[in-house]
Design a protein around this ligand. Structure first.
Ligand code: OSB
Ligand code: MG
Length: 370
């Protein structure tokens, strides 16, 4: 596969409802898409960076710059025998995982189309139906949270995750647990606590949570290992795991019992597969996290969730929970049993709506190989 051209597109998509985490509220999701042409085939991917460097050190603007000045020149005009060769081409660049994933994942889409295979099969996926959960943003009151939760439970979702932060935790967790004694329930703090909160966090143990996601500093695996030894609830790391080396450090230090894999955060499908292969050998369950993706990122998330070891419901929910209209066809839909059936057509498995993407594009830059 020769990389003939790469187009970076900026879109602005309005979320149906604002999404609040401990690091901020998103109203409009800035979307950065990569359109990669190779041998007459177009592959798509989504750069999952957020508007500012608050989830990780990346942002859509920083990612676009790193792509334009450093990553695109490293692959443009080059020939790859498989998308798995892309990480080696980026070896000199440190960090910027979401930007890297943008190119690598688009080439995976090209490769799958070229081989006439669904992307999930090419990756080595084994599951044709994946379990789904929802992530509920911070709400104004426990009652409001219960209202939101009821809708999702009725829709069949298999796990509810609630965002928490100091002052918006115990009352919310206990309200949901009381209303639903048996559901899979987890919490995500996005690094809102410190080790000084140990006693408080230990109080979560009584709610039989599936996991507590990223309670402490985004870059501090050691602190999580200290916390994990003193609480019963399993810690799941999200922000702290940008690559396999971090996953290995976390597991060996006993910093978590579960690892969330986000395709962008770990730098793409190759790294996600490495982490999955390592975790399965250590009996550490994986699941796929979300970054409020549009249909393209969502389709990639579905593909990675078919890998062995993705035994827990992911944060992959229906397009319609986020968007009035999505950029793929058909929309991602969830069965009444809270699953997504994986597509069977080559590549992404969804039709990319070029017309809509073109209409919503606010900025576009194409780089062509000579
Ligand atoms: O920590 O999982 C997270 C959204 C933006 C940034 C970080 C996170 C999230 C979510 C949303 O929880 C997951 C989704 O896409 O539904
Ligand atoms: Mg998280």
């Amino acid at each position: 596969m020769r990389v003939d051209s790469i187009t970076l597109r900026r879109l602005r998509m309005r979320l149906k409802a604002p999404f609040e985490t401990s690091f901020g509220t998103t109203y409009d999701r800035p979307i950065l898409l990569v359109e990669l042409a190779s041998d007459g085939i177009t592959g798509w991917s989504e750069v999952t960076a957020t508007e500012g460097p608050f989830f990780n050190a990346e942002s859509v603007d920083i990612a676009a710059l790193v792509l334009r000045d450093f990553l695109v020149p490293l692959v443009l005009g080059k020939t790859f025998s498989g998308a798995h060769e892309v990480p080696a081409a980026f070896a000199a660049v440190r960090g910027h995982e979401m930007a890297r994933a943008g190119i690598e994942n688009a080439l995976w889409d090209v490769e799958a189309q070229q081989r006439g295979q669904p992307l999930w099969k090419l990756l080595g996926g084994t599951r044709e139906e994946i379990p789904c959960g929802v992530s509920l943003g911070l709400q104004d009151s426990p009652e409001k949270l219960l209202e939101k939760g009821a809708v999702e439970i009725a829709a069949g979702y298999q796990r509810i995750k609630i965002k928490i932060k100091p002052g918006k935790d115990l009352a919310y967790i206990s309200a949901v647990r009381k209303a639903y004694p048996d559901i899979l329930l987890s919490v995500d703090a996005n690094s809102a606590y410190t080790l000084d909160d140990l006693e408080h966090l230990r109080g979560f143990d009584e709610f039989n949570l599936l996991m507590m996601e990223q309670p402490l500093w985004w870059d501090d695996i050691y602190a999580h290992s200290k916390l994990q030894k003193q609480i019963k609830t399993k810690i799941c790391l999200d922000e702290s795991i940008p690559h396999l080396r971090a996953a290995r450090t976390a597991v060996e230090l006993g910093a978590c019992g579960i690892v969330n894999v986000k395709l962008g955060r770990v730098g793409g499908f190759s790294s996600a597969r490495d982490i999955q292969a390592y975790c399965i050998g250590k009996n550490i369950p994986n699941w796929c996290g979300g970054m409020l993706e549009c249909g393209i990122g969502r389709a990639h998330n579905i593909a990675v969730s078919t890998l062995p070891g993705y035994t827990l419901p992911g944060d992959i929910s229906a397009s319609a929970r986020y968007w009035a209209e999505d950029v793929i066809e058909p929309d991602v839909t969830v069965t009444p049993q809270g699953t997504i059936r994986v597509p069977q057509t080559p590549g992404l498995g969804y039709h990319v709506r070029h017309d809509l993407i073109e209409r919503w594009t606010v900025e576009k830059q194409t780089f062509r190989a000579p």
